[in-house]
Design a protein around this ligand. Structure first.
Ligand SMILES: Nc1ncnc2c1ncn2[C@@H]1O[C@H](COP(=O)(O)OP(=O)(O)O)[C@@H](O)[C@H]1O
Ligand SMILES: Cc1ncc(COP(=O)(O)OP(=O)(O)O)c(N)n1
Length: 273
């Protein structure tokens, strides 16, 4: 067989938790990667029993098994970018941060997952310190939502100006290259507005607000799409803008499944054919 004809497909790694309902976590990430034409690889950090109504159980994967998954992928295949999602506890965060450094994993996007929109705690209380001090400083981009930005900055967030102030505090406190404070948890039309801060410039990134209750997986999908766009060669701000367009489309085609908050839908490129 002539392997010269194999397409050159970028490889992306997600380090995140499993969502049995398929709307967020590893499942959303791999689906997003596929729709961006990149090869998705994974290191699973925990298994959640979850559906559209919420999370009913969670089991951690031992940190050494998380590390083994990362090493297996990076030692053999290699990755052009990576994202982290639900890391659950301080031991897993420390182990992931160490591997990111040791393997010099490029283009790291950290989604600092702490709590689900349905109110379930997705990160232990004593793990925020490790996230702030060990992992976020190694990222090209950190993408806190309203609630996570409040925790990381110590500021209550009720307005665009609060989002801007929080992005600057997080940048200063962590040394991360770029902060993107996401507006999905804000009120009304602010729900499509995110704040970018790179240490010099603040940008207000606006996409149209989609009126739907089926928003499960927006944050996971956004960070996975950014990582995919980086692997495909986009610069960071372009990768974020492209990812926001993808999420807006996914919200417009979200799935009314289950009795609660359904997931965003990734099938829009196929549905209009
Ligand atoms: N209803 C909405 N309409 C348009 N964009 C939205 C909506 N809800 C969330 N987004 C966008 O989805 C992305 C994820 O944000 P958010 O929902 O705040 O993250 P998380 O899922 O981590 O809470 C952001 O770019 C945000 O602006
Ligand atoms: C396994 C797992 N990972 C992450 C989340 C949170 O998903 P996210 O897209 O950040 O936000 P919401 O769906 O809660 O709006 C999760 N629930 N499960």
């Amino acid at each position: 067989m002539n392997t010269d004809t194999s397409p050159k497909i970028p490889v992306v790694l997600t380090i995140a938790g499993s969502d049995s309902g398929g709307g967020a976590g590893i499942q959303a990430d791999l689906r997003t990667f596929a729709f961006h034409c990149v090869h998705g690889t994974s290191a699973i950090t925990c298994v959640t029993a979850q559906n559209t109504l919420g999370v009913v159980g969670v089991e951690a994967i031992p940190p050494e098994v998380v590390v083994a998954q990362i090493n297996a992928v990076c030692d053999d295949i290699g990755v052009q970018s990576a994202k982290t999602g639900m890391l659950l506890n301080k031991e897993i965060i420390a182990a992931v941060a160490e591997q990111v450094e040791a393997l010099q994993i490029p283009n790291l996007v950290v989604d600092p997952v702490m709590v689900s929109r349905t109110g379930f705690q997705l990160l232990d209380d004593d793990a925020v310190k490790n996230l702030r001090n060990l992992l976020i400083p190694k990222a090209a981009l950190v993408t806190p939502n309203r609630y996570e930005a409040q925790i990381l900055s110590g500021l209550p967030i009720n307005s665009l100006d609060d989002m801007r102030a929080a992005s600057q505090i997080i940048h200063r406190n962590t040394g991360v290259k770029v902060v993107l404070v996401k507006g999905g948890g804000m009120q009304g039309s602010l729900r499509g507005v995110d704040i970018w801060f790179d240490g010099h410039h603040t940008e207000t990134l606006t996409t149209k607000h989609v009126d739907t209750k089926n928003t499960h997986g927006t944050g996971c999908t956004l960070s996975a799409a950014i990582a995919a766009n980086l692997a495909r060669g986009s610069d960071l701000i372009t990768a974020v803008k492209q990812a926001k367009e993808y999420v807006t489309n996914a919200l417009s085609y979200s799935l009314a499944i289950g009795k609660g908050q359904g997931p965003v839908g990734h099938f829009f490129p196929l549905l209009n054919k």
